[in-house]
Every structure is written in structure tokens, then in C-alpha cells.
Design a protein around this ligand. Structure first.
Ligand SMILES: Nc1ncnc2c1ncn2[C@@H]1O[C@H](COP(=O)(O)OP(=O)(O)OP(=O)(O)O)[C@@H](O)[C@H]1O
Ligand SMILES: [Mg+2]
Length: 255
């Protein structure tokens, strides 16, 4: 069975897309077959995996809006061996609005993956937009678990309550098996007191598992979107690549 993992946090710029790309890279490197699913109209995941948006004819928007369109029709290979992407385009923003008027469309992504994703992939990583709207809900209904990247900076924990509430509601009503795989500390700067305090605070919350892996603030990861490949591929021996390999190990262990 494919392990379907949503990467979510309605706070912007916390490292969701970076985690989807590089966790994908670290898993693909080990021979796992990865599908990266872009649920964000910003399409950063699609572009970050080296896809030119001008060449994308059909996207996740088609699958969500029309239950006859299939994932198989939209998925494209990337430059990275072992990683395919279900691309997004700007169009996804209007699809979300359309979904509002369609009853039962919280399940659109799940229905599109069911029975198909298991045959082709070991992991599906769903990159969520920085909102708690229907696109994120679709991701959380389709997923078996969720990784929540959290910036180890001021206000990072604000908003976590809202996300956890949505996750609990989805678990109660739409996807009983959904579990929080863990909170992932990102943008960590161990030289600052603030960074260290935030990390302690995150661990003291106690409600959820916190990954042992800590993603440090590093220029290398900031450059990543320009290369169109995961860091495990373009800077294979960097600290950041090692970090994502460590995360991959933890994700595999957590099952
Ligand atoms: N650990 C890091 N160190 C330095 N820069 C990083 C790190 N992680 C991500 N970045 C950079 O920070 C920016 C935001 O990261 P990313 O796009 O992954 O966040 P996001 O949560 O997906 O944002 P959004 O909510 O807009 O989708 C990107 O330019 C990315 O390259
Ligand atoms: Mg993003």
C-alpha cells in the first residue's frame, strides 16, 4: 500500500514545499517510487521539481473538478529518478472556489488516488497551500498521515491550534485513520536563544510527536527551487541533504 502523507500548515513559508521535494528526494534515492502531489495554486512544488508550467496541460485542478479525469492522465515524470509529479497550475485557485458548490468534494483527491496510487507508488507526498480551505481538506482526507513543518521562530505555534482542530474534525468526520506523523522543526538557528527556546517549547507541547530531525536555516535549501531537483541530488553531501535522509529514515520507521 502506498504511504500517503500530507505536508500541511496554513502558515506560509514554513518549509512545506521544501519538505515535500527533499523528503521525496531522500526516499527516491533509496529506491522508493514517489509521487509528489501539488495542491497549491502557487505551484511551487511543480516548479521546484523542474517542471516548466507553460508545458503543463492538465493538472490536479482537472482531477478535482471533474471526477472523470484521472491521476494517470495528469502525472508527469521529473528530472529526478523515482519522482513523478501531479502538477498544479494557477487554475487550482478557481477550482477551490468551484469545489465549494459541490457536495462531497472533500473526497475528490482521495477518490482519484484510491485503487491507483498503490499500484504505482510507495509514497505519495501532498504539498498543501498555506490555507485551511478545501484544497488542504482534500489533502487531509486523502492522506494516511500528516507532517506539520513548524518554524522555530516567533509566532510559530500560533495557528497550530487551528490546524490541529481541523485535523481532529477531519478525523471525526471524514478520515478516521488520519494521524499526525509529527511536527518538523524548520528554519532552526541553534546560535540564537530564540531558536533553542522555540524548539524546547515545541517539544514541551507534548500533544504530538516531534521529529528528532531538525531542519536548519541554510542558504543551500533556499537555492533549491532554482535547480529543479531535490537537494539529495544537486548537493548530495551537504548537511541539508543529510538532514532530509535522516527525516526519511524517521518517516520509514514511523510507518
Ligand atoms: N531550512 C531552510 N533554510 C533556508 N531557507 C529555506 C529553508 N527551507 C525553506 N527555505 C526557503 O524558504 C522559502 C519558503 O519555503 P517553502 O516554499 O518550502 O515554504 P512553504 O511552507 O511551502 O511556503 P508556502 O506556504 O508559501 O507554500 C523558500 O524560498 C525556500 O527555498
Ligand atoms: Mg509551499
Amino acid at each position: 500500500m502506498a504511504n500517503v502523507i500530507a505536508i500541511a500548515n496554513q502558515k506560509g513559508g514554513v518549509g512545506k514545499t521544501t519538505t515535500a521535494i527533499n523528503l521525496g528526494g531522500a526516499l527516491a534515492e533509496q529506491g522508493y517510487r514517489i509521487l509528489c502531489i501539488d495542491m497549491d495554486p502557487q505551484a511551487n512544488l511543480t516548479v521546484g521539481l523542474g517542471i516548466n508550467l507553460g508545458t503543463v496541460e492538465r493538472s490536479v485542478a482537472d482531477v478535482l473538478a471533474d471526477s472523470r479525469a484521472t491521476m494517470a492522465e495528469i502525472v508527469i515524470p521529473t528530472q529526478t529518478t523515482g519522482i513523478d509529479v501531479a502538477p498544479a497550475t494557477l487554475e487550482l485557485a478557481s477550482t477551490e472556489v468551484e469545489l465549494f458548490s459541490a457536495i462531497g468534494r472533500e473526497h475528490a483527491l482521495r477518490e482519484a488516488l484510491d485503487g491507483w496510487v498503490d499500484q504505482h507508488y510507495d509514497f505519495a507526498l501532498i504539498d498543501c497551500p498555506p490555507t485551511l480551505g478545501l484544497l488542504t481538506i482534500n489533502a487531509l482526507v486523502a492522506a494516511r498521515s500528516v507532517i506539520i513543518p513548524v518554524q522555530t521562530q516567533y509566532y510559530a505555534l500560533k495557528g497550530l491550534t487551528a490546524l490541529v482542530k481541523v485535523i481532529n474534525t477531519i478525523r471525526a468526520k471524514l478520515n478516521r485513520d488520519l494521524r499526525v506523523l509529527g511536527l518538523l522543526p524548520t528554519f532552526y538557528d541553534g546560535r540564537t536563544i530564540l531558536g533553542r527556546e522555540m524548539l524546547d517549547e515545541l517539544r514541551e507541547l507534548g500533544d504530538h510527536h516531534v521529529f528528532n530531525t531538525i531542519v536548519r536555516n541554510t542558504v543551500k535549501l533556499g537555492e533549491a527551487p532554482l535547480t529543479g531537483r531535490p537537494i539529495t541530488s544537486y548537493a548530495s553531501s551537504s548537511d541539508a541533504a543529510r538532514t532530509y535522509r535522516e527525516l526519511a529514515r524517521e518517516v520509514i520507521e514511523l510507518g
